[in-house]
Design a protein around this ligand. Structure first.
Ligand SMILES: [Zn+2]
Ligand SMILES: [Zn+2]
Length: 267
């Protein structure tokens, strides 16, 4: 199916849902709260529209101004009015269907949408903008509202500027490994006091960093740290990290595969 055809189908489906909702609301609106059909006079039209308003309140916003103008112009009584309304709804449906089938440019449609899909996608992927206090991996919780920030794969902490106090070497271990160890950290947030990684939540209560017994850094981040160790050290005014020898044999391809593995991307 071409993209334009798929878009046309999607529009038709959405149109059907909307039209059915309005039809349903109109039918229901012809009855009062007691379930009795509204009398067939002009005054009932106000009641009918009020009822429609109530039934559609979640889906469609009707402007009061437009409502008043319409009411002023209507000369008919309630029942024929409702019939005409249903009829024009069907006509509008057909007309729109035809417009959709004349398949317009997909980009044009996307540009006309009130919420831009690219913005939605961006805010999902970008998340809340918070970064892990140790390794600076961005929070992956998605969207803005969540109780705790979290990320699937943490990085060697040196990439987030963490360094050994004495040697000034960048830290090559992951935060997830350290929160499962007896190691301690200190930083501005601890007022320079040593704090066990295990109790990081006392300092960073908004972050969920699960202790990891097994996982080492992904091949990707090992590769990045090996390759750019000196440059990170220079940039962060530190000494390069002590990377395990085995990390040096990781190839670019293995690194990229590690990334795909971590994010479940299949070729
Ligand atoms: Zn981290
Ligand atoms: Zn977050």
């Amino acid at each position: 199916m071409s993209e334009d055809k798929a878009l046309c189908k999607l529009k038709s489906q959405n149109l059907k849902v909307i039209v059915n909702k309005i039809k349903d609301a109109t039918e229901r609106a012809t009855k009062g709260e007691d379930g009795v059909l509204l009398p067939d006079n002009k005054e009932s039209i106000t009641e009918l529209i009020k009822n429609m308003h109530r039934h559609l309140t979640k889906d469609i916003s009707l402007s009061e101004e437009a409502e008043k103008t319409a009411l002023f112009q209507i000369q008919s009584t309630c029942h024929p009015f409702k019939e005409s309304l249903i009829k024009s709804l069907s006509e509008m449906n057909e007309q729109l269907e035809e417009e959709f089938s004349k398949s317009e440019d997909i980009t044009e449609t996307v540009n006309k949408l009130p919420t831009k899909p690219q913005d939605e996608l961006f805010s999902q992927v970008f998340g809340c903008g918070q970064q892990c206090p140790f390794c600076k991996v961005p929070c992956e919780a998605g969207g803005k509202k969540h109780e705790k920030h979290h990320a699937a794969v943490h990085r060697p902490q040196g990439l987030g500027r963490y360094r050994m106090v004495d040697s000034e070497k960048l830290v090559e271990t992951l935060c997830t490994t350290d929160v499962n160890s007896a190691r301690k950290f200190r930083c501005a947030a601890t007022n320079g006091e040593w704090q066990p990684y295990k109790e990081f939540a006392k300092i960073y209560p908004d972050w969920l960093i699960p202790p990891d017994y097994t996982r080492e850094a992904s091949d990707y981040w090992k590769y990045v740290l090996v390759k750019y160790n000196d440059r990170f050290a220079q940039e962060y005014n530190a000494k390069p990290a002590d990377v395990p020898e085995a990390w040096r044999s990781i190839t670019r391809e293995q690194a990229l595969n590690g990334l795909k593995e971590a994010f479940n991307i299949k070729d």
